[in-house]
Design a protein around this ligand. Structure first.
Ligand code: 5GP
Length: 178
């Protein structure tokens, strides 16, 4: 049985992802030693990255989840909708928002404003991928897996119309093969 996926090429292999996720978890564990940060997973895109990241942390942490939507197909609507909010009160907590990809930065700025207004002790961003060329608003994630070119990617949590999130690698989407 062959499973055809619409990718032009594998951009980041499973091995490269695993290695980088471990490095990020080590960095976060060092930076937050003695603290108990709250890690917020941004659904659905960050789900695979989030679970691999937290498995590799060597500190206590709390977990929570938010669901946002802004994309349809390969286009951003530019408008962020909050579909699910976190459950915990974050006042005086150290919060790390875990995202799949920062593209225009609009989602990140939306989250920074929303969560920042709730007065956490600290608020940082951790993203698997960054497309800095496409930035429309200023946001610089403290923890970054890979900086990539301005191409639409799928896999390892990232979708095209809710498909291909299950791929273990990140690939460049091929519209002609969908
Ligand atoms: P931003 O608000 O920074 O423009 O975009 C953030 C969201 O857009 C991401 O969380 C992700 O859901 C979606 N996005 C941006 N670029 C890509 C991409 O190349 N592939 C996929 N699948 N989603 C993307």
């Amino acid at each position: 049985m062959s499973y055809q996926v619409p990718v032009k090429k594998v951009l980041i292999s499973e091995e490269e992802i695993n290695k980088r996720v471990k490095e990020l978890a080590k960095q976060i564990s060092t930076d937050y030693a003695g603290k108990t940060p709250l890690l917020v997973c941004i659904l659905r895109g960050a789900s695979l990255f989030f679970s691999d990241l937290i498995k590799n942390l060597k500190i206590d942490c709390n977990l929570d989840f938010m669901c946002l939507s802004s994309y349809q197909g390969t286009n951003s609507s530019g408008k962020v909708r909050l579909l699910l909010d976190i459950r915990d009160d974050i006042r005086d907590k150290d919060v790390i928002v875990v995202e799949d990809i920062v593209d225009t930065g609009i989602t990140g700025v939306y989250l920074r404003d929303l969560l920042g207004a709730r007065k956490p002790a600290s608020l940082e961003f951790c993203t698997l991928l960054d497309k800095p060329q496409n930035r429309k608003v200023e946001i610089t994630p403290k923890y970054l897996g890979f900086s990539i070119e301005n191409e639409f990617v799928i896999g390892y949590g990232l979708d095209y119309n809710e498909l291909y999130r299950n791929l273990p690698f990140v690939g460049v989407f091929d519209e002609t093969k969908k």
